[in-house]
Design a protein around this ligand. Structure first.
Ligand code: TMP
Length: 223
């Protein structure tokens, strides 16, 4: 596994996090369209997934009929899919100067396998160091909503996956873990209230991206 530091990563790496039902996928699409309007090429991808192997790991872990999976195995499979994703999609895109908009990344392992399943952060950190010691997202958008809203949105989608079948208290722990991460890394995280309408949330995200990145690059934005 090559370290990100050895590479010349020119694009921005933006991750989206939150419990299910916060509207991440919609917001990622909208941000990609906004970036396109600003002449920024952005690749949209997701975890677990984003590659052939990763999508197979995704089916293995998410199918509701899946065989029982030990939490340690679940954690290692998330990182196995991530290792492939980094080599095949994320590093090459960033090296080409494209931006990467990723629906979940390592913070999800801390939130779900850490907060949700109870694996110690120190254990997760050890695996993180092996898989991508030097790479951190440039920005992580954490979308939050009440458990009630999340559950309502998820139940509209039809068949629930293996995570969506977890009880409410699992998602409370996941949400708490996400909020703790945001507190611990305030420079990297932006917490956005996803109880608001789709357009309000999208314009807050645009504002964050514009002020953090686009206005910093002379010549990128028209006056
Ligand atoms: P979603 O991205 O469609 O919401 O589904 C992905 C599911 O996988 C979601 O329930 C969160 C879970 N997950 C983890 O438990 N750990 C991880 O590291 C990642 C990336 C996702």
């Amino acid at each position: 596994m090559m370290s990100g530091a050895a590479k010349n990563l020119q694009g921005k790496f933006i991750t989206f996090e939150g419990t299910e039902g916060t509207g991440k996928s919609t917001q990622i699409q909208l941000l990609q369209e906004y970036l396109r309007s600003q002449s920024v090429k952005a690749v949209v991808t997701r975890e677990p997934g984003g590659t052939k192997v990763g999508e197979q790991v995704r089916s293995l872990l998410l199918e509701s009929t899946a065989v029982p999976v030990d939490s340690g195995t679940e954690l290692l499979l998330m990182f196995a899919a991530r290792a492939q994703h980094l080599e095949e999609v994320i590093y090459p895109a960033l090296e080409e100067g494209k931006w990467v908009l990723c629906d979940r990344f390592t913070d999800a392992s801390y939130a779900y396998q850490g907060g949700g399943r109870g694996i110690a952060d120190s254990e997760i950190h050890k695996i993180e160091s092996v898989v991508h010691e030097d790479l951190k997202p440039d920005l992580t958008i954490l979308l939050t909503c009440t458990l009630r809203t999340a559950m309502q949105r998820v139940s509209k989608r039809g068949d629930k996956d293996r995570f969506e079948r977890e009880p409410a208290r699992f998602f409370e722990r996941v949400q708490d873990a996400y909020l703790r991460l945001a507190e611990n890394y305030p420079g990297r995280f932006e917490v956005i209230d996803a109880e608001q309408g789709v357009e309000e949330v999208a314009s807050m995200i645009e504002h964050v991206v514009k002020t953090r990145f686009l206005l910093q690059e002379p010549g990128r934005m028209r006056p």
